[in-house]
Write a protein that binds this ligand. Structure first.
Ligand code: MET
Ligand SMILES: [Zn+2]
Length: 768
């Protein structure tokens, strides 16, 4: 029998139980025990679901209350002193590292004030992990035994699982040195951390685990020789330990072929690779296996929602079987299913024709089993026939094709993607319009999405309030936001985005060619989940999408109000894209829709327009080379197509967050002003990288993921640090990102302090 394997299952619960439980705990409404109980229920549910579907290899330790990388930092005691010193419970230390903590002293507890660790994109996905942060003083030791506890929990339910752990080389490589130890090279800690891996694996073996999945996702990156060599050091060490479970070394989201030398001859029981992204790697990877090693063939996509094409998957798995034999091949998901929504069956509003094209995590689990059964010789003819029908139905559907859109994309030329004057000239014309002071202040767009906003939006969606009532409500919200910004003296205002459920979904709903789910949530970071819209066909904009709200906001204030749009690359990346049309084409279709919107905003009197591209970086192909160069070219071009239809005096802003951004990547967008997430980068080298950025830039001054309120002095000292290597005349003052997840109280104070700091520097400079 060919075995079936699922590398990980979404942990948020079918009804976002995890979000509700963690947030209630953070707000002090429930106890730690309550929270732990919810985690236990979700895990049990997920394991049983997979067991019942007939999956042979089910993962454990794929659950986390915040992030699986942060779990490992807690497990290995990689806890910077600024957290450890408060001696919080392990759970609270964990959350403090993930999201920061600011707590006033009480009769029994000391005050706590600490920012979050850096959060970074997980490869090219929209998931974010908390970056392991190492110091010279880090005391590695095991802190609890989460993987063992969860293995035993499943065992008690009668379910044998395969624990999953992020591997030592990837764990270190994805981390960084803390600001007190900048010379520390994380990989130099390998010898210190390997004994901990051995220890936890021994404990797992003692608990009855016969095999483990160790993820080394960095094997799909360009790796220097010393990183490649670290694999041999690490796995030879583990291979030499007595009584460890068998190791399946897993990697995904790309091809492993350029790094094959690093994993050849490693003493592991088998490998897992992603054959959805790179089916062509089969011959090369099969060639390096020793004759006992198994190959887990990832053919069910862990990153998208399209139904598997069984015929294609069989062909690939059969090919693997021909090379290796049935008992050395495992049929698997390409990666963890963390990146897919939980269950398609919850969706009642999708058109049946379209719904038939999708598979969510619960359906993917079944697909893996069907494929394994079929190659094992079991009769699954009914499943095969249904699958073939839906695959061919999608290919020939009229929903997917719009000729007018295809023609317009073909007509895009150089002129459409170039502003009519270079930046210095545009700036001069813009200064005449805006007459902004030095250190102009602005925000990134959204203001707190209060409960009241959500309640009214729901009422409107359900039809219990009329469109007029809803508009009145939204306008009142906009007015509150405008008045507040005027009051504290911000220079370039925003309308606050109260009408938006989500920055991509809001536009997607107004663009033809998209489909939407009701329950299709996917974890983005911590308790923040997104519900990516699905691109099913050619994309076009039937009418203006954002003009009404922007025009209203501008009508009630003399200060400039930014029009706010989500850029083409971000709309693409934060949707589930089509897999039958290339990404460039989808981005250009979106760019044209946005170009019409930008032009409409300008015509309606909006003088500053921000087109956000927070996902620009995550779309970057993981390896350097032709594919990456091509991406950078079309990504920048799509932004310019969207924004180049305006006059010189219209100021185009853009915004980036969530990632290490290379200033060279954003230069080609030619936006007049960009804002980037910056507050958690305590790295002077990173600031210096932006020194020569030609246009204006605002380096984010506070972390909007944390409720923590920085003082005016803190802002001043931050700005001072940045100014050591950054010119004052290009300096914008703004937060890291939008404020939608924050409360009003902290928003008011943080922004007030930020504006005070800007005013301080204006004074200083007016005296110079
Ligand atoms: C993730 S980037 C968010 C940008 C958006 N304009 C906002 O302020 O929320
Ligand atoms: Zn942002």
């Amino acid at each position: 029998m060919v075995q079936s394997s699922v590398l990980g299952f979404p942990r948020i619960g079918a009804n976002r139980e995890l979000k509700k439980a963690t947030e209630a705990y953070w707000q002090g409404k429930t106890s730690a025990e309550d929270l732990l109980q919810v985690g236990k229920q979700i895990r049990a549910h997920n394991w049983k679901l997979q067991k019942q579907a007939g999956v042979d290899v089910i993962a454990s330790n794929d659950f986390s209350f915040y992030d699986q990388v942060l779990d490992l930092s807690l497990l290995f005691n990689v806890i910077p002193d600024r957290y450890a010193k408060y001696q919080l419970s392990p759970l609270d230390t964990f959350f403090a590292m993930g999201r920061g903590l600011q707590r006033k002293a009480t009769a029994t507890e000391k005050a706590v004030d600490v920012t979050a660790l850096e959060m970074v994109k997980w490869f090219d996905s929209n998931y974010h992990y908390v970056r392991p942060t190492f110091s010279n003083g880090t005391q590695f030791r095991l802190n609890g035994q989460k993987p063992v506890d969860e293995f035993l929990e499943a065992k008690q339910l009668g379910i044998e699982t395969r624990p999953v752990l992020l591997g030592p080389v990837s764990y270190l490589y994805l981390g960084k040195a803390d600001k007190d130890s900048l010379d520390l090279e994380p990989l130099s800690l390998l010898q210190k951390i390997l004994p901990l891996y051995a220890e936890i694996l021994q404990k797992l073996a003692a608990a009855g685990a016969t095999s483990v999945q160790i993820d080394e996702p960095i094997l799909v990156l360009d790796l220097e020789k010393k990183v490649q060599d670290a694999f041999k050091t690490a796995y030879d060490f583990l291979g030499a330990q007595a009584s460890l479970p068998e190791i399946t070394l897993a990697t995904y989201f790309g091809t492993v072929v350029p790094n094959l030398a690093a994993i050849k001859n490693l003493p592991v029981a088998g490998f897992h690779f992603d054959f959805v992204r790179n089916p062509e790697q089969l011959d090369d990877v099969a060639a390096i296996l020793s004759d006992k090693q198994t190959l887990s063939v990832g053919v069910v996509d862990g990153r998208n929602i399209w139904k598997n094409d069984f015929a294609k998957s069989f062909e690939l798995v059969q090919k693997a079987i021909q090379k290796l034999g049935k008992d050395r091949v495992v049929v698997a998901t390409s990666s963890s299913l963390l990146h897919t929504p939980v269950d398609l069956e919850s969706e009642k509003n999708l058109k049946p024709e379209i719904k038939d094209w999708f598979a969510f995590a619960t359906q993917k689990v079944k697909e893996v089993v069907v494929i394994a059964k079929n190659v094992s010789g079991d009769d699954v003819s009914a499943e095969l026939a249904a699958n073939a029908q839906s695959v061919s139905g999608r290919a020939s559907s009229t929903i997917t094709n719009n000729e007018a859109v295809q023609k317009r994309v073909a007509s895009i030329d150089e002129k459409m993607s170039t502003r009519s004057a270079p930046f210095p000239q545009r700036l001069e014309e813009q200064q005449k319009v805006f007459n902004l002071p030095l250190f102009p202040t602005t925000t990134i767009g959204s203001f707190p999405q209060t409960k009241d906003i959500r309640i009214n939006r729901n009422k409107f969606v359900k039809g219990t309030i009329t469109a007029e009532q809803y508009e009145k409500f939204i306008n009142a919200e906009i007015e509150t936001v405008i008045r507040f910004q005027e009051e504290i003296g911000l220079d370039v205002l925003v309308h606050g985005e109260p009408e938006r459920n989500d920055m991509v979904q809001y536009f997607g709903e107004q663009i033809d060619g998209y489909a939407f789910t009701v329950y299709g949530w996917v974890q983005s970071y911590g308790s923040r989940y997104v519900r990516p819209p699905i691109i099913v066909g050619d994309l076009s904009r039937p009418k203006a999408m954002s003009v009404k709200e922007s025009v209203y906001a501008q009508s009630i204030t003399p200060k400039p109000v930014k029009g706010m749009l989500t850029g083409p690359v971000t709309c693409l990346r934060w949707s589930f894209p089509r897999n039958d049309v290339d990404q460039e084409t989808q981005a250009m279709q979106l760019a044209l829709a946005l170009r019409d919107e930008v032009n409409d905003l300008e015509a309606a009197g909006i003088k500053v327009i921000q087109v956000d591209e927070p996902a620009l970086r995550e779309g970057l192909p993981l390896r350097s080379g032709a594919e990456r160069a091509a991406y950078l070219k079309w990504a920048a071009e799509s932004f310019r197509v969207a924004t180049s239809g305006v006059a010189n005096k219209t100021q185009i802003h853009s915004h980036f967050c969530y990632s290490d951004l290379d200033p060279n990547h954003i230069k080609a967008l030619d936006a007049d002003v960009v804002s980037i997430e910056f507050s958690k980068k305590d790295d002077p080298n990173y600031i210096a990288e932006f020194q020569n950025y030609p246009n204006h830039i605002g380096l984010g001054l506070f972390d909007i993921h944390s409720p923590r309120i920085p003082s005016t002095e803190e802002f001043i000292s931050k700005i001072e640090t940045i100014m050591k290597s950054y010119p004052a005349d290009k300096f914008w003052v703004n937060p890291d990102c939008g404020l939608k997840t924050r409360g009003w109280e902290e928003t008011k104070l943080s922004l007030t302090h930020m504006v005070e700091a800007a005013k301080h520097f204006r004074e200083v400079y007016s005296k110079k």
